[in-house]
Design a protein around this ligand. Structure first.
Ligand SMILES: Cc1cc2nc3c(=O)[nH]c(=O)nc-3n(C[C@H](O)[C@H](O)[C@H](O)COP(=O)(O)OP(=O)(O)OC[C@H]3O[C@@H](n4cnc5c(N)ncnc54)[C@H](O)[C@@H]3O)c2cc1C
Length: 251
């Protein structure tokens, strides 16, 4: 294979995808491609090996054994049939064109760029206490999303899941309403069995769990083309208050 050639892997099952991914060395996963493909087109990313997930059987949402499980290749647009605050977060991702193409796994693995925040679903999934199942170095493993996000990337996400149980939830976000928009800042909250989890996206490179009594503790919100650190610092406590008010209203 020449230096400018890319090997394109198109697995037709999750087992094949896991085998093709191996330990992830030199493999670029392409799911919806809404982040990867512009990078390739601009020449900033030159994959040696591209693993296309579209036919790997990793899409779909199931409710079984007390869990909601969402395959990594599930389009963001299909999350409307999930639960608060995930369904609301999904509805705010880009526009219908982006949501139809973008996947859950791509969002969970997304890191914000210099210009724009990404990973809106991460905050909602953190609030839901979601678990990520992934494959790669050391084999398959399942771990809380916060551990996966802290550990970085380099693994193949197979699915995300959370308890299929009644809970109160709230979601508050700010964005500029136009086509192809990005969410500037968002807060997702969920309470179940007295445990309150609150998370924010648009603050740091990936979503973070926050203390609702002191939302800015240990955080200096990002500064980018959409909003300044000052603006986000003013906004975050207000969005937390809004999300929590919604959660209380929910019952
Ligand atoms: C116009 C526009 C508007 C947007 N607005 C928003 C927004 O409002 N909110 C938001 O959160 N995002 C937004 N995005 C960013 C992006 O569309 C989403 O984050 C989307 O969910 C990414 O999913 P994807 O499948 O397209 O990812 P891809 O581009 O396929 O992949 C993204 C990254 O994740 C990796 N990856 C993908 N799937 C897996 C997997 N299963 N396992 C391991 N690694 C994987 C890829 O290698 C790559 O590093 C926007 C993008 C555009 C172009």
């Amino acid at each position: 294979m020449g230096p400018n050639q890319i090997s394109v892997l198109v697995p037709s099952s999750s087992d094949e995808a896991v085998a093709a991914f191996g330990d992830g060395t030199d493999v670029t996963v392409v799911a919806g491609g809404t982040i990867v493909m512009p990078e390739v087109a601009a020449g900033r990313l030159r994959p040696k090996s591209a693993l296309l997930l579209g036919r790997a059987g990793l899409a779909g949402i199931t409710r079984a054994s007390g869990k909601v499980t969402i395959g990594a290749a599930t389009p963001v647009s299909e999350l409307a049939e999930t639960d608060a605050p995930l369904a609301q977060a999904a509805a705010h991702v880009g526009d219908i064109e982006v949501r139809s193409q973008a996947t859950v796994g791509g969002n969970v693995c997304a890191e914000s760029s210099e210009d724009t925040p990404r990973g809106d679903l991460q905050a909602a999934l953190l609030a839901l206490g979601a678990t990520v199942r992934s494959a790669g170095k050391g084999g398959e493993r399942s771990e809380p999303l916060e551990d996966f996000l802290a550990d970085g990337t380099g693994r193949l996400v197979l699915d995300v899941s959370y308890d299929d149980a009644p809970r109160q939830a709230g979601y508050a976000a700010v964005w500029r309403p136009h086509s192809h928009h990005y969410t500037i800042l968002a807060v997702a909250a969920a309470r179940r069995d007295g445990e309150l989890r609150v998370a924010a996206t648009g603050v740091a490179p990936r979503a973070v769990l926050i203390d609702p009594d002191d939302p800015l503790a240990g955080l200096e919100p990002r500064d980018d083309a959409l909003a300044s650190t000052w603006y986000r610092t003013q906004l975050l406590p207000r969005l937390v208050a809004r999300a929590l008010a919604q959660l209380e209203e929910a019952g």
